[in-house]
Design a protein. Structure first.
Length: 128
C-alpha cells in the first residue's frame, strides 16, 4: 500500500523531470527487496511501479541496468525475471505485426524465439 501511494506521489512530483523519475523508480524498486516481500509480490508491485513511473525510451534502457546491478550485488533473481518479462513483451510486440501480415506462425516463432503456443495465444487475443 505504501509503495503505491509513494509511486503516485513521485509520479506527480517528477512529471517534468525524467531523470528524477528514473531515480525514484529505482529507489522504490529497491525498497521492494528491502521490505522482504516474496518473489511474486515483488514482481507484481514492480509491474505497478513500471506502469506508474513510465520513463522515456532512452531512460528505460538506462534504468534496466540499475536493478540488474542491484540484483547481482544482492544475489536476488527477481529483477532478472522482470527483465525477462520485458524481453518477452518486446518479442510479442514484434510478433503481432508479423501475425497481422499473415506470416506463418513457425516463421514468427523462429524470428522472435516465442513458442508456437505463445504466438497462437497472442493471435487469439487480438482476433477478439
Amino acid at each position: 500500500m505504501i509503495s503505491s501511494v509513494m509511486a503516485h506521489l513521485k509520479t506527480k512530483e517528477t512529471r517534468n523531470d525524467a531523470q528524477a523519475r528514473k531515480e525514484w523508480k529505482f529507489r522504490l524498486t529497491r525498497r521492494l527487496y528491502e521490505q522482504g516481500y516474496e518473489r511474486q509480490h515483488i514482481l507484481n508491485l514492480f509491474c505497478f511501479l513500471d506502469w506508474m513511473l513510465e520513463l522515456p525510451e532512452a531512460l528505460k534502457q538506462a534504468f534496466q541496468a540499475e536493478p540488474a546491478q542491484y540484483e547481482q550485488e544482492r544475489q536476488m533473481p527477481y529483477i532478472t525475471s522482470i527483465a525477462q518479462m520485458a524481453k518477452e513483451q518486446e518479442q510479442k510486440e514484434i510478433a503481432l505485426p508479423l501475425l497481422q501480415q499473415g506470416l506463418p506462425i513457425e516463421v514468427i516463432a523462429q524470428a522472435t524465439q516465442l513458442s508456437i503456443a505463445e504466438i497462437q495465444s497472442l493471435q487469439s487475443q487480438h482476433q477478439e
